[in-house]
Design a binder for this molecule. Structure first.
Ligand code: SF4
Length: 269
């Protein structure tokens, strides 16, 4: 049993190591294709090949493939957690992420991993061996009932924060991603206060939508219509423009908070 009812199927594709769009990293690895957490705001829902409502794909012979692909690379930090959660429920059984970490550790690489799952504590031994690695947890809601509306299949916040605490106690660098900031719903300041004791860095990303027809916007709009009907139109203005005054004002407030309290914030809007 993998802890879920989702089907996990093997596939093979050309590259396991992909270029990474984040400034700090050259490469990323997603050990799975598709994500069981199925957060309703997730941008990957807009990609035609990642409809993860029914099935998840794993790379066939991932280590054989990695062995070929890595031969030309110098040891460096690889990002994991861009398009899928490396610790989604099926990882308990399939251990693709752990296999990748073991392989990278043997080759002298380090990782920067992002997840929503407490399963990450299983691999503390490997992160400790991979010097320069960091572990991040993402969170977007302070209220558990509201969280379940948007990301019912992901673990509760308390479990995530407890996991981050354990990782930090093990001497591994940690970060928290407050992502996405949902206007008028996410209380960014209270989340910062809550996680700051366990996170070396706190990154903050806005809810950012691209097209009205995209699945993630249609999902968010549906939840707003049902549960926060007076907010849908305001979201339509704010979520499609990172220069909207809502973000400018929040940015100012967070800059001030950072100056006053000395938090290590990275505000990405
Ligand atoms: S856990 Fe991350 S990758 Fe998975 S659905 Fe949620 S936001 Fe997307």
């Amino acid at each position: 049993m993998n802890g879920s009812t989702i089907k996990v199927r093997e596939c093979s594709r050309q590259q396991v190591i992909q270029p990474c769009s984040l400034e700090l990293f050259n490469y990323q690895i997603d050990p799975y294709i598709g994500c069981e957490h199925h957060c309703h705001y997730c941008y990957t829902l807009n990609q035609a090949d990642t409809d993860s409502t029914g099935e998840i794909f794993i790379h066939k012979d991932i280590i054989v493939q990695l062995n070929d692909e890595i031969s030309t690379l110098e040891p460096q930090t690889i990002y994991m957690g861009m398009n899928t959660d490396p610790y989604q429920p099926c990882e308990k059984e399939y251990q693709q992420t752990r296999k990748v970490l073991e392989f990278l550790a043997q080759r002298g690489f380090s990782v920067c991993v992002l997840t929503k799952s407490e399963l990450i504590v299983r691999d503390i031994d490997l992160f400790a061996r991979m010097k320069g690695s960091s572990v991040g947890i993402s969170i977007a809601f302070q209220d558990e009932q509201v969280r379940r509306l948007f990301e019912a299949k992901a673990p509760p916040n308390e479990k995530r924060i407890e996991a981050l605490k354990m990782v930090r106690q093990a001497g591994i660098e940690t970060y928290m991603l407050i992502c996405p900031v949902m206007p008028f719903i996410t209380d960014v300041e209270s989340l910062i206060e809550k996680v700051a004791p366990y996170a070396d860095t706190i990154w903050i990303y806005p809810l950012s939508m691209e097209k009205e027809k995209d699945r993630n916007w249609q999902n968010v709009k549906g939840i707003l219509d049902r549960h926060f009907p007076d907010m849908t139109d305001r979201y339509r203005q704010i979520a499609f423009s990172t220069s909207h005054p809502y973000w400018t004002k929040l940015r100012r407030e967070l800059d001030k908070l950072q100056q006053e309290k000395g938090f290590n914030l990275k505000i990405e809007f």
